[in-house]
Ligand binder design. Sequence first.
Ligand SMILES: [Zn+2]
Length: 87
Amino acid sequence: MNCNCINEVEAKVKEHHQPQVKAPIDSVRCTNISWVLSGEGGTFISIPFSIKADAPGYRSEKGKQMMVHASYCPFCGVSAKKEKPSE
Ligand SMILES: [Zn+2]
């Protein structure tokens, strides 16, 4: 990610949701974040997809979950890929 949207949205969610919670909110974390170490690496927002097939690991009602990285931030539209300094 090349923006600070996740942190900003987490803070907004905390502020917006606090009146509905009867105790101080300790933390708000986006649970669809992936840290990728290989390739270009970095932090990505991941969207889960369910794959079903008549094969081991794929037969359950939920199927096998696979995470797909979003190429752009869904909040501001900035590319999530690492910026290359020489370009
Ligand atoms: Zn963003």
